[in-house]
Design a protein around this ligand. Structure first.
Ligand code: RNT
Ligand code: ZN
Length: 414
């Protein structure tokens, strides 16, 4: 008797879809796991609370309290993800051996143990300067009117680009280093232009040093508003789109950084007409929050389908960005990340020819009908097979692995 998978494969073959080819292509598309879901964006500087207009709510027990615990947790999550993986770090995760190292003095040696970790896991690294949770970040960073503060953050970002390049070089795997700053005004400013001009100049100073794109790619991340920056966010979409196009940088589109009726899936094709590559922060906005655990919702599917349909596999760098401390953190991490792979696989199983024919002949009813019927295809059997081939629990079995880890590891932290 043929298995569920064999039957599912035959169903897809009837639509002209080659499931094995989909698996092979998915194997080549990395998803960058954000390290910060493991410790509520705390980092290891031990310097106080998270700020910058981002907030983690919840106090579920078991937060990783140090690098060792965070790495254990990351390993656990990686073991629950099929397919190709990367790890995304922030500067506040530096391994300084307990020594205080200012952010403008960081170098690759402070990330040597992370590079070793990545080598052992056989994954690439991505990187982010951290422009928040720091005394000098309370009133603007790269756009600050204070030249001393601006200079401090320029130096920090320069360090981070070099660290990213070193990660890329040592791993033989290009690192994407992403700049996001929280700068903005709670209330209506008189002058919106001057801080943006200063941000432009700061970025030019940061990127003045030529770094081989083989080792490091620079990305800039826009936002509509943050808590405390409701009336004007300096690094807006228009600002960074213009900047990225004029300086040949990557735009980072975070799914939670736009008006709730706007979606980043619709922006990918436009951006890639004018940019070589982009970075995604796949997230889920809910009302005022931009960082809920990624669900396999319509928008996630549209994001994945845009990448697959347009063969943007190499030009879109997929990163995750969400943080939830109200539920088991490992589960939150794994659920969101598995959803990303799931959406990519679902996109790879679309009957491209049928859909193109319907659209090109103007038969939008057939197009809609196909889209809707695809939702009840035997996708689960294909997903479970993909997980099985990567020795990762399929279906709900990964929850058991999370539970065991909770009983044996995270519940013992306090
Ligand atoms: C904040 C941005 C930013 C951060 C991470 C921690 O709104 O999305 O990307 O979430 O850098
Ligand atoms: Zn983001």
């Amino acid at each position: 008797m043929s298995s569920c998978f064999d039957k599912a494969k035959a169903f897809y073959a009837d639509l002209g879809v080659d499931v094995e080819a989909a698996f092979r292509r998915l194997d080549q598309i990395p998803v960058s796991l954000h390290c910060w879901q493991g410790d509520d964006v705390n980092g290891f500087e031990n310097d106080g609370a998270l700020d910058g207009g981002i907030a983690v709510t919840g106090n579920y027990p078991g937060r990783a309290r140090n690098i060792g615990e965070l790495r254990d947790d990351i390993q656990k999550v990686l073991s629950l993800l099929p397919g190709k993986k990367r790890l995304n770090l922030h500067a506040i995760y530096a391994d300084t051996n307990g020594k205080k190292v200012e952010r403008n003095e960081l170098d690759a040696t402070h990330f040597a143990s992370w590079i070793d970790f990545a080598k052992a896991e056989n994954i690439g690294l991505d990187f982010n300067p951290t422009f928040f949770s720091h005394p000098l970040a309370s009133n603007g960073t790269l756009s600050s009117a204070d030249p001393g503060i601006r200079q401090f953050w320029i130096e920090h970002a320069i360090c981070c680009r070099r660290i990213g390049a070193e990660m890329g070089k040592q791993l033989g795997n290009t690192c994407v280093t992403n700049v996001w700053i929280p700068d903005g005004f709670k209330d209506t400013p008189y002058d919106r232009l001057a801080p943006r001009k200063r941000l432009e100049e700061s970025l030019d100073a940061i990127f003045a040093e030529n770094i081989d794109r083989k080792y490091n790619l620079d990305a800039v991340e826009c936002k509509l508003f943050g808590i405390g920056a409701e009336s004007c966010t300096i690094g807006s979409h228009e600002f960074y789109m213009g900047y990225a196009v004029s300086r040949n940088k990557l735009c980072c589109l975070d799914a939670g950084h736009f008006h709730p009726t706007e979606v980043i899936s619709d922006k990918i094709s436009s951006c890639l007409l004018f940019l070589d590559e982009i970075l995604l922060h796949v997230s889920r906005g809910v009302r005022w929050d931009s960082d809920h655990v990624v669900c396999w919702d319509n928008e996630l599917q549209q994001i994945a389908s845009e990448i697959i349909r347009n063969n943007f596999d190499q030009r879109v760098h997929i990163g995750l960005d969400y943080f939830d401390a109200s539920i088991n953190r490992i589960a939150a991490w794994a659920i969101g990340a598995r959803n990303m792979y799931k959406a990519l696989l679902f996109a790879l199983l679309e009957p491209a020819e049928m859909l193109k024919n319907a659209e090109n002949s103007g038969d939008y009813a057939v197009r809609l009908g196909i889209f809707e019927e695809l939702k009840s295809m035997p996708f689960a059997a294909v997903w479970n097979e993909y997980c099985a081939r990567h020795n990762v629990p399929g279906g709900m079995d990964f929850l058991k692995a999370v539970k065991d880890y909770e009983i044996n590891v995270t519940s013992k932290r306090n």
